[in-house]
Design a binder for this molecule. Structure first.
Ligand code: CP
Ligand code: NVA
Length: 301
């Protein structure tokens, strides 16, 4: 693996390799046998806010022996219009890797191409691969595996997180149901590319939750969509994970949220707190899953 640009670009074997190493990273935290980022310096270039991603990468890079610098995109020349491909060519001559959070997927792809250094997508409008890897790790820990499992995503089904879920289901073969009102369903062009017959899109929330092993949600107003907040809240108003919805899923169903959470919007406070242990384990697993990715990128096969 040279970069982590998306879940789309991974294979089932690649995902399993990351998850196996992520489990090992978690087990051996604080006493790793090797430090593959030793003598390396990585940059984190962020155009959007972050708590989990920023902290987990900064901690993870250091725990693997590396050094890390955080660069707010608005404070470097990129923010004044220097092209991404020039930024990438400069950084490629100085750094050993980059973690990028931005809007356009093309910017991350271009950075990877022009810099020549390992590049990680830390969230774009198109995908959030690091999140879904941590979520897959969490589900594997709690349910044993993804095999024959039903994951139901509730809410804005067209944003980065559900799109990464769609690619994960395509690669791994589990059943994925996206419950979203029509304007927030994944694009038909994307769905037409899926070979899996186990990825379903519906506006019938209760039917989507019926017998699910996992109920998953994300914010209704993604970063960059703040201007649409009122419209989104009105359209998505019924698509909340709450007690009646949880009752439709399997009795042992996991409730998951990538965070940050807006209680009373995509999830009720009661349901959030009842499932906080799973939700904050997802957040913790960002560290372990990303250390696995960093380690694989630093020492390619
Ligand atoms: N889930 C997630 O990526 O959180 P942050 O935006 O805080 O990094
Ligand atoms: N869909 C959300 C994910 C936040 C982690 C966003 O893009 O803001």
């Amino acid at each position: 693996m040279k970069h982590l640009l998306s879940i789309e670009s991974l294979s089932a074997d690649g995902i399993h390799q990351i998850l196996a190493l992520a489990a090992e990273m978690k087990q051996t935290r604080g006493r790793h046998a090797s430090h593959p980022l030793r003598h390396q310096c990585w940059a984190m270039i962020f155009s959007k806010s972050s708590t989990r991603t920023r902290v987990s990468f900064e901690v993870g890079i250091r725990e693997l022996g590396g050094d890390v610098m955080f660069l707010s995109a608005s404070e470097i020349q990129l923010g004044r219009g220097e092209p991404i491909k020039d930024t990438a060519r400069v950084m490629g001559r100085m750094l050993h890797g980059a973690v990028i959070r931005t809007f356009a997927q093309d910017d991350v792809d271009q950075f990877a191409h022009y810099s020549g250094i390992p590049t990680i997508n830390a969230l774009t409008d198109a995908e959030h691969p690091c999140q879904i890897l941590a979520d897959l790790q969490t589900i594997t820990e709690r349910l044993g595996s993804l095999e024959n499992k039903v994951v139901t995503f509730v809410g804005d089904g067209a944003c980065n997180v559900p799109i990464s879920w769609i690619w994960a289901a395509e690669h791994l073969g589990f059943e994925l149901r996206i419950a979203a009102p029509k304007p927030f369903q994944p694009a038909p062009e994307l769905m037409a590319r899926m070979r899996s017959r186990k990825i379903h899109v519906t506006d019938d929330l209760l039917a989507a939750a019926d017998g699910a092993h996992v109920l998953y949600t994300d914010v209704w107003v993604s970063m960059g969509k703040e201007d649409e907040a009122a419209y989104r809240i009105a359209q998505l108003g019924n698509y909340q994970i709450n007690s009646p919805l949880v009752a439709a899923a399997r009795p042992e169903a996991l409730v998951m949220h990538c965070l940050p959470a807006y209680r009373g919007k995509e999830i009720s406070n009661e349901t959030f707190e009842a499932h906080a242990d799973t939700i904050f384990t997802q957040a913790e697993n960002r560290l372990h899953a990303q250390k696995a990715v960093l380690s694989l990128l630093a020492t390619p096969a």
